[in-house]
Ligand binder design. Structure first.
Ligand code: MF3
Ligand code: CO
Ligand code: CO
Length: 255
């Protein structure tokens, strides 16, 4: 396992890629309404990334993935493939955007709702969001990866939800998925010790029901086995001397 340490120059490139990925999510929010198809969401993001940002959508053709973003609706956990399904009022959708700019990746996802969200979907999205931030807040030089997973797992399970085990966060940089694996469950004081200059994602997938998932025959779409709702948020984060820097904050949250 080799974990890359980004030089100051590479860190600047990661900042740019992260900001672009966040800008795509800022842009797409207003389009998430009943009646839009996930393909239309994909195409709007694709054009924005390629034509406005002069960047590359990392998912397109990644290990054969056919689209430019992942769109995961309701009980879809992750890696949903955009298609001709129209969103209906109350649908919850995770849009996961990864861009490549100047050789570096920025990876981020958020939950959106078409029309009026159900109370349950809103609550689940909040549990996943707070779990992600509790994990991020652990980050810094000297943190062990088990501290991150434990913080997330504790919060999620306290709220009677479950953490998906089969998919995790990851190191990120010139490659989309680098070492280490960032599990969203675990034991404090165990696992890799983080160092300044590492970049990784925190992206917990949280199910309202049981943790078990199933892969659909398309080879990509991951769903909850019990068909319960699932929610996910993702940030790309740099480890700094003083703690961490979130590279994929939306414009509203940037200083
Ligand atoms: N963006 C996802 C992640 O957070 C990975 C998507 S891989 C794809 O790691 F091929 F489905 F795009
Ligand atoms: Co990721
Ligand atoms: Co992602």
């Amino acid at each position: 396992m080799t974990v890359t340490i980004k030089t100051p120059d590479e860190q600047d490139k990661m900042r740019i890629a992260g900001r672009l990925a966040a800008d795509v999510l800022d842009m797409i929010g207003d389009y998430v309404k009943p009646g839009i198809t996930t393909n239309e969401i994909n195409d709007i993001c694709h054009r924005y990334i390629t034509e406005v940002q002069g960047a590359t959508p990392a998912p397109l053709n990644y290990r054969g993935f056919p689209k430019s973003v992942c769109t995961s609706v309701n009980h879809v956990v992750c890696h949903g493939i955009p298609g001709d399904r129209k969103l209906k009022s109350g649908d919850a959708i995770n849009i996961d955007v990864t861009v490549i700019k100047d050789g570096f990746h920025g990876d981020t996802s958020r939950m959106f709702f078409a029309g009026k969200p159900t109370i349950q979907a809103q609550r689940l999205a909040q549990v996943a969001y707070d779990g992600m931030w509790l994990g991020i807040n652990e980050l810094g030089p000297g943190t062990r990866l088990g501290d991150v997973g434990a913080a997330i797992q504790k919060h999620v399970e306290k709220n009677r939800c479950s953490v998906v085990r089969e998919y995790c966060g990851h190191g990120i940089g010139r490659s989309f998925h680098e070492d280490p694996q960032v599990l969203h469950y675990g034991t404090r004081g165990t696992g890799l010790e983080l160092k300044t200059g590492m970049a990784l994602t925190v992206e917990p997938m949280v199910n309202a029901g049981k943790a078990a998932v199933r892969l659909l025959p398309d080879g990509w779409t991951v769903v909850t086995k019990d068909h319960s709702l699932s929610a996910q948020w993702e940030h790309t984060v740099l480890i700094t001397d003083s703690g961490y820097e979130v590279l994929t904050l939306g414009a509203a949250d940037r200083a």
